[in-house]
Design a protein around this ligand. Structure first.
Ligand SMILES: [Zn+2]
Length: 343
């Protein structure tokens, strides 16, 4: 039975890959494929132990994607350049591929940049501007680290907010450290709360249980000298991904909404000439008011919707393919992910 299941799964993957290849090969108008990555980490990197699997790609897979995009006949292009040429009505390559990285992880400098540089592949990193150069990390990584490495103490009031999102215990009184998959599910469920609420609640946990506070580890977010180095040869440009990575549909306060969208571009411009007025919605979420601010501040915006983009597309609704080890570890898997996204 397991054999039949795996045979069918493999067949479906091959069909999807063939479909993806045919769509790319026979697209009848200039097309832009935007590929999205988050963290680029070697398969033995310790950071992987407390990270969502959907965030992780190996440097070798990225290298292979760059090579494969060229083999498919794509021109690797800066996202900003494609948008500008599209806006001016200039001729665009039949197939363009733009590499994008969300959140501004330090590993983008450590592991992605050498691969981009070696193959002269341009890229855009969407930065969370108030995180740059800090030793902070995002709340999902804090929660993952907390619940996978430590047992949550019973009856401790500081954890009341978290308890409804934890899986039901099968072993009362035992060690309740969660597996990475269980922890990933907790993070998904916690997204029903506001980001600021989760961040405040985590702070309270650390105040009452200092032993659970994150221990100083290697910085996980890019700093300004890394940004400068990556932008020196024009290979990497920087777009906006808000100031604090707050999901914009959950902000009730208009002042904060403006700060996260409009003022984030001021932060970005202070970085220098590699800043581009392109926004990326955290978690893909936005409201009408937020959308208006984005449209009046930026030239374009990337969504989390899957698909490709053609000339004349809505620049504030750019589609992308979110890639990670699970869906792009081989050429067939990558093509199948593209094929599935175009169904
Ligand atoms: Zn993000």
């Amino acid at each position: 039975m397991a054999f039949i299941r795996s045979f069918l799964k493999s067949g479906a993957l091959t069909l999807l890959a063939a479909y993806g290849w045919l769509r790319i090969r026979f697209s009848n108008q200039p097309t832009l494929l935007i590929l999205t990555y988050h963290r680029i980490l070697p398969s033995d990197a310790p950071e992987r132990a407390a990270e969502q699997p959907g965030m992780l790609t190996t440097p070798e897979a990225l290298e292979e994607h760059i090579r494969f995009a060229r083999k498919l006949g794509a021109e690797l292009i800066h996202l900003n350049e494609w948008l500008e040429r599209n806006e001016k009505g200039e001729k665009l390559p039949h197939l363009s591929v733009a590499f994008t990285f969300d959140d501004g992880w330090r590993d983008n400098y450590q592991y992605a940049y050498p691969k981009l540089k070696a193959q002269n592949a341009p890229a855009t990193i969407f930065l969370v501007t108030r995180m740059i150069g800090t030793d902070k990390t995002f709340w999902p990584e804090q929660v993952l680290s907390l619940v996978t490495t430590k047992a949550i103490p019973d009856n401790a009031p500081a954890f009341e907010w978290l308890r409804p999102y934890l899986p039901t215990k099968s072993d009362p009184g035992g060690n309740h450290r969660l597996s990475l998959l269980e922890a990933d599910e907790v993070v998904a469920q916690l997204k029903s709360l506001e980001d600021a609420t989760i961040i405040d609640s985590l702070e309270k946990v650390y105040e009452s249980h200092p032993e659970l506070a994150p221990t100083p580890t290697a910085r996980s977010i890019l700093n300004s000298s890394e940004l400068t180095e990556m932008s020196q040869d024009g290979l990497v440009m920087f777009g906006a991904h808000t100031r604090h990575h707050f999901r914009l549909n959950r902000l009730k306060d208009e002042k904060t909404l403006k700060e996260e969208i409009v003022d984030c571009l001021d932060d970005l411009r202070r970085l220098g000439k590699s800043a581009i007025p392109v926004f990326c919605y955290p978690n893909g979420n936005i409201t009408g008011k937020g959308q208006n601010l984005v449209s009046s501040t930026y030239k374009a915006a990337c969504t989390t919707k899957t698909g490709w983009n053609h000339t004349g597309c809505n620049p504030y609704d750019l589609r992308r393919f979110n890639l990670h080890d699970g869906n792009s570890h081989s050429k067939r898997a990558l093509l199948a992910t593209i094929g599935r996204g175009l169904l």
